[in-house]
Design a binder for this molecule. Structure first.
Ligand SMILES: NC(=O)c1ccc[n+]([C@@H]2O[C@H](COP(=O)([O-])OP(=O)(O)OC[C@H]3O[C@@H](n4cnc5c(N)ncnc54)[C@H](OP(=O)(O)O)[C@@H]3O)[C@@H](O)[C@H]2O)c1
Length: 282
């Protein structure tokens, strides 16, 4: 297939582009310098000659806390940019996929979030992702959570760096979700693209845990420990953006669509730690 990936140099793009190529697809990989999604003209000029059968929108404003201070910029990219991409996809008769987030929910549900649960974002970033999702109603939305992997910086690299510096670490233990290894999500995405699925899907690693438990797992596996590691509730770890406490996304949509579930959190971490050892980070 001819697949255009926008935001190709980011965390997820770095995993997705080589995977799609290895599966025999012709990939047009673009990032901000080649094609700013907030410019309808730039988008059309970049995509029309290629004639994509699928457009994957990864380009996004992802600085969740900073978004509270610059909401217009966040909405400009995640909302208006998404509207542009959906419009161009329609013009070019292409499929289109928007990557969204657990942050579209308020985390107050007792149980796993299903794909049709009601949006109620707690942050500017979450609200901008709702806007983006709404632009893709005719196409495909894939919600994921807590991504790490590829080139970083990410939670895993940060924890290892802080531990090596001998820090005293406090990590929140009341936000529950699924830290998801980007190459595993890329594999699920490639199947969603190839099957030309439409609608809303949740794709995240199997299993759930808190950030504290994930940090502990990283330190236990690497045997690199900080001076101390203390679990703290979110109310004692203030951030500009409020995050949902329950980020558990149901994977039922993938099962129903016949897409292979992502491997377990621990498997993703093992694979990433092998890569970090190879890079000499460990
Ligand atoms: N990371 C997570 O934990 C997570 C969780 C759930 C959902 N998601 C969603 O998954 C998608 C991919 O996330 P990611 O972690 O790969 O993000 P990322 O690493 O921040 O990558 C996004 C890429 O888009 C580029 N970009 C920013 N503004 C652009 C614009 N106006 N036009 C074109 N490109 C632009 C960025 O360039 P610069 O870096 O130069 O700005 C960057 O290369 C996003 O939609 C994100 O909201 C991420």
């Amino acid at each position: 297939m001819k697949i255009a990936v926008l935001g190709a140099k980011g965390l997820l793009g770095t995993a997705l582009v080589p995977l799609l190529k290895s599966r025999g697809h012709e990939v047009l990989a673009l990032d901000k310098e080649e094609c700013d999604v907030t410019s309808l003209k730039a988008l059309h000029e970049a995509l029309a000659p290629f004639g994509p059968e699928s457009i994957v929108l990864l380009a996004a404003y992802t600085a969740v806390d900073k978004a509270e201070e610059e909401p217009s910029k966040c909405f400009w990219i995640n909302g208006y940019g998404a509207a542009n991409v959906a419009f161009v996809a329609e013009l070019l008769h292409s499929e289109a996929i928007y990557i969204s987030s657990d942050y579209v929910f308020d985390g107050k549900k007792d149980g796993y979030y299903e794909t049709d649960d009601t949006h109620n974002p707690l942050s500017v970033y979450g609200a901008s992702k709702v806007f983006g999702e709404n632009c893709f109603q005719k196409f495909t939305v894939v919600r994921t959570s807590w991504l790490y992997g590829t080139h970083g910086p990410d939670f895993v690299r940060t924890m290892i760096r802080l531990a090596k510096e001998g820090r005293d670490l406090k990590v929140v233990d009341d936000q529950i979700g699924a830290p998801t290894y980007a190459p595993h999500l890329a594999l699920a995405l490639s199947q969603i693209i190839e099957k030309k699925l439409r609608g809303i899907y949740h794709a995240r690693a199997e299993g759930v845990m808190s950030w504290y438990e994930f940090a502990k797992l990283i330190f236990d596996k690497t045997e690199i420990h900080p001076r101390s590691l203390t679990p703290v509730p979110s109310k004692d770890y203030k951030t500009l953006a409020v995050r949902p406490l329950n980020s558990r996304l149901s994977n039922q949509s993938l099962i129903s669509a016949g897409v292979a579930l992502l491997p377990h959190i621990e498997k993703g971490l093992d694979e990433y730690l092998r890569q970090l050892a190879y890079e000499g980070v460990l």
